[in-house]
Design a protein around this ligand. Structure first.
Ligand code: PBG
Length: 324
């Protein structure tokens, strides 16, 4: 007698579904991005994505200790400055907001792992991630500045530096610069496959970026998948401790490839535009925010990400607490 195969047997009640669930998420796998501005007593939320916050250093204590209390173990910092110039010189300011934020977080919440974004775009008047001459971003000169920036952050106490610029050779150069200064323990989380995506809008609003042209000569073409594997092998050879794919949900194939082709932790950045899609869609009544958010996180984990950078990190961590 022919028997019907019945996959529904394993879906018949919550307990059995939980038993066979393949993917999960913990708060410790989330990294919370924060924008640090100059001045005092400032906490500005992005209009559509309220969890995307710009804060002054004096406001950090509560935010970071709350994040830690709900299980988040790492933040990643971006600087927001009033005066930009063509060299992005404030990136190297020893008293700039990111340096002071690192020191503050290390003192008020010493267990929190502090990561910093390494790129010049928050600081340049043209909005590019590096030095811009004759209509192009010049690679090797930019890498030198990024090495200085990474060393400055490591000196201030950052445990993780995260180059997001997509210059060639920057991971090796940053590793060498850190090692030379004695920062043997500083972790490099490289933005390995960062795509020239439409999804960075709210981020660029937050930093008041007025970009000249586009970033297609250094960020990757969204059409390319195998090229990401080339970036991956370069970054691994150059000594990246962790690798990242960015954005996340439209690049799940790339995340899966990274997981299969590397032996380091794989991170994915659920970027500002992705966060905005959830917020705006939920607000329009198209779906439930919490479900859409958790489904997004789980999909990124299912594809193979070990870590997720997300503006919703604290919200997600609270949802996880509630469901335990
Ligand atoms: C640039 C950088 C960007 C983001 C992180 N680092 C934007 C860009 O490349 O223009 C975007 C993050 C987001 O949209 O949430 N160094």
């Amino acid at each position: 007698m022919e028997t019907l195969i019945r996959p529904r047997r394993l879906r018949q009640n919550p307990a059995i579904r939980e038993m066979i669930r393949e993917s999960s998420l913990k708060a410790s796998q989330l990294i919370f991005p924060l924008f640090i501005c100059e001045g005092k007593n400032k906490l500005i939320r992005h209009k559509q994505v309220p969890s995307l916050m710009t804060v002054s250093v004096d406001k950090l204590k509560n935010i970071v200790t709350e994040a830690y209390a709900v299980g988040v173990r790492s933040v990643v910092l971006f600087g927001v400055v009033d005066k930009k110039d063509s060299e992005g010189s404030k990136a190297l300011d020893k008293k700039g907001p990111v340096v002071r934020a690192i020191q503050e977080i290390r003192s008020v919440c010493p267990e929190m792992q502090v990561a910093t974004d390494i790129a010049l775009d928050p600081y340049t008047s043209h909005g590019h991630d590096g030095l811009y001459e004759g209509g192009e971003v010049i690679n090797d000169e930019t890498v030198q500045v990024l090495c200085e920036m990474a060393t400055l952050h490591a000196k201030a106490g950052a445990q993780i530096v995260s180059p997001s610029d997509m210059m060639d050779g920057r991971v090796a150069a940053i590793r060498q610069a850190l090692d030379q200064e004695g920062f043997l323990k500083t972790v490099i989380l490289s933005y390995t496959a960062k795509y020239a995506s439409a999804l960075y809008g709210p981020f660029r609003d937050t930093l008041n970026v007025s970009l000249q042209g586009d970033k297609k000569s250094y960020q990757m073409d969204p059409a390319n998948r195998r090229e990401a594997l080339r970036e991956l092998s370069l970054d691994l050879n150059e000594g990246a401790d962790m690798v990242m794919v960015k954005p996340a949900l439209w690049y799940l194939d790339v995340i899966a490839d990274f997981k299969a082709s590397s032996d380091v932790p794989v991170a994915a950045y659920f970027v500002s535009g992705e966060a905005a899609l959830i917020e705006v869609g939920a607000k329009a009544g198209l779906f439930e925010k919490e479900r859409a958010l958790m489904e997004s996180m789980l999909a990124i984990r299912r594809a193979g990400a070990d870590l997720i950078l997300s503006y919703h990190a604290v919200e997600v961590a609270k949802i996880l607490q509630k469901s335990n």
